[in-house]
Design a protein around this ligand. Sequence first.
Ligand code: ZN
Length: 499
Amino acid sequence: MKYRWMFFLAISAVLALSMLAGGAEPEHNRYHQHLEAVEKEPCTDHGASVFCTHLPLMEIVTDAPVPPPFIGPTVDMEARNYETVAATVRYFDSETENNHLTDDPVVEERAQFRIRGATSRRVDKTSFLVKFQEEDLITSLDVSLSGMTADSSWALHGPFVDKSLIRNYVCYNLAGEIMEYAPNVRFCELFLNGEYWGLYLLTEKIGYNENGRISFTKTDPKMAATSYILQVDRGTADPRYSLENFGYTSYVNRPLEGDAAGRLEIVYPGKTLTQAQHDYIAMDFSRFEKALFSYDYDDPDKGWRQYIDARSFIDFFLINEFTLNYDAPGLSTYLYKDVSGKLKMCVWDFDASFDYFRYSFVTPETFRIQDQQWFKYLFKDKSFVDQVVKRYRDLRRRYFNEEYLFSYIDDTVAYLGPAIDRNFEKWGYSFQSTCNGKNYDFLIPEERNARSHEEAVRQMKDTIAQRLKHMDSNLDRLYIRCHASMNKKFNNITEDGGT
Ligand SMILES: [Zn+2]
């Protein structure tokens, strides 16, 4: 008996050590609204005519009409309108009772307000940006909403093309479980200038804030060396924030013909950015790219590894590949770096995820990101591919898992409950192929468009199952990218022992 105990203890010790060596998952303490919100009883003190929701409720009243999404009649990307309007924002968020417009708001502040997004600004139910300000309408004001980090800047994402309504919620929270930071999100319902606008996802804008969000060393305008955040998208018209990096523009991702993606913009430090800091960021970021494009790219000391957090890049790759989110990495992508740390990546915007890219060439049988931007070069390094494959197998056991995701989806839909019906009472006409002469089949070809919420949710689950099956059997193919025949050894006659 004694030996059996010793054997058991020894096995336990080995298991515990191997878990430590394998890098047990750090706890992220991610808040999942649908799991943690208190269940609320129906109200008995008012009739059906009173608007009543178990979700947080936002009411926005603008001082003047909301500026249109585009300047002039065209819908070109260049014609996007960033004009804001002053507004009063009220937020109703009782933890235990349903919310009504006649309740006492937990937040009542002034803000600048505008339509936001790129493709999404063309649709009927637009997304919005809210920037809280003091009464002077100049000074930024940090406001906490539903327990999220106090900050002035918030995105109100209105799912319209996404008929499941839950893509961004599911994906941000999945990323938040896996990565160091992903924007926190809460569902709410929105009234704009007295009109009901349906279900929205209140989303933290990516930025530095002393209270949280991306946390690193605050910038000091007196120093050239600084922490920074970069956005990869269509770039900025303001040269002060545009980043000319070492990376050759011809190698930069162009996901859509004629669409200027893959441009870098400095989003932090913001207004206080100095020329010396701008030069530092260009130099610092280029050091990574030079190492990546160098002959010593895979050298642990001279190569890319000394500049970037490999795990962060791998998780960014895997979450966007798994969800088929092919706006990334040329669009809607963020990178951030502490002044004394390594470069990390952050996700943004899952509108096109789970087979919702407009055109059907993005299918669950595709891998794409390995050919784009820095990933094209990272995948030349076998040690990087090894890490990708291993990380996928680890995630597959818990988060990239049908059982986990299907119940996550079902529970979220159940939590939203009547809010889904209210949303589609307003926007349900968009399930039709055409309405009032306008085409609402966003996805091409036509049969990809869901005709009901149930069908949209089923589509999402089917895509997840198909995608996991494909990744399980094909992820190993990424090793082609690092094979000697693709890389330096092919041309290196001394290493191959002669011609
Ligand atoms: Zn009520």
